[in-house]
Design a protein around this ligand. Structure first.
Ligand SMILES: Nc1ncnc2c1ncn2[C@@H]1O[C@H](COP(=O)(O)OP(=O)(O)OP(=O)(O)O)[C@@H](O)[C@H]1O
Length: 255
């Protein structure tokens, strides 16, 4: 099983320490979620995993190979993903397949399979500007999966969506996680979202960014085993976990 490891990572910007000695481990079947107050270094750490930021100290590796640049073993999805607005949903996904060297005859069929996976089977012919925010985000996820990555790196992928769409997209994300067999490292500001999705939650605190707690909530594995999200959230254990996670995030806050 592939293994992404951030080991004692420190990140400096212009000599100023933004993150100090943070270690995060993502195995191929993990869904690891980073939470914490603004400025604690969540995006910076994701960017190290993506190969976009070089740490001042520590090592970032996949199966012991150093991460030095973006690679096809990792797919990154941001909050407002840059799709090509003048192309159709199918063409956007097919573009990623082309980059992977998939033959033209196969691209449309595979793109439709990926769109069906994100429940956009009927929207292949629609242009991006004709789609809602949630649908666009799903095209972005389908495009990320087209690369058949070992790891999905998600930075607030649902942050721009309204609350109802966001909740629905959480199950889509869990379904994709299950179907793609990719390990996930995701940043979110949503406390319930973290609890619903994560196999492990890493809580960071700012000044400089460091790990203060980790949780293994187990609710996403219950969903994967067949329970509904609604049933999971109604469990008193969920409310208890929400309280503990909220306390951990705001512990030591002085402002
Ligand atoms: N490119 C950069 N140049 C200089 N400083 C930066 C840069 N990127 C981030 N920082 C600083 O590093 C710290 C961590 O930022 P980062 O965006 O990683 O935090 P975050 O936890 O993702 O924040 P938020 O929740 O607000 O998105 C902040 O103090 C930020 O101002």
């Amino acid at each position: 099983m592939p293994h992404l490891v951030l080991d004692k990572i420190s990140i400096h910007y212009d000599g100023y320490p933004a993150v100090e000695r943070v270690s995060i481990d993502v195995a191929g079947d993990d869904f690891v979620v980073l939470v914490g107050r603004s400025g604690c270094g969540k995006t910076s750490l994701l960017n190290v995993a993506a190969g976009l930021v070089t740490p001042a100290r520590g090592s970032a590796t996949i199966d012991d190979r150093p991460i030095t640049a973006p690679g096809s073993d990792r797919a990154v999805v941001f909050q407002n993903d840059a799709l090509f607005p003048w192309l159709t949903a199918r063409e956007n996904v097919a573009f990623a397949l082309r980059l992977r060297g998939v033959r033209p005859a196969e691209r449309a069929r595979r793109a439709d399979e990926l769109l069906a996976l994100v429940k956009l089977g009927d929207a292949g012919d629609k242009r991006i500007w004709e789609l809602s925010g949630g649908m666009r985000q799903r095209v972005g996820l389908a495009r990320a999966l087209a690369a058949e990555p070992q790891f999905l790196l998600l930075d607030e992928p649902l942050g721009a969506l309204d609350a109802l769409t966001r909740e629905r997209m959480q199950t889509t994300l869990l379904d994709l996680w299950k179907a793609s067999h990719a390990g996930v490292l995701m940043v979110t500001h949503g406390i319930e979202e973290a609890l619903v999705l994560a196999t492990r939650i890493v809580v960071l605190a700012p000044g400089p960014g460091r790990v203060v707690r980790t949780f293994e909530p187990g609710f996403s594995r219950r969903y994967a085993a067949g329970e509904t999200i609604r049933a999971v959230k109604a469990d008193p254990a969920f409310a208890k976990a929400r309280g503990e996670l909220t306390d951990a995030i705001f512990e030591g806050e002085t402002a």
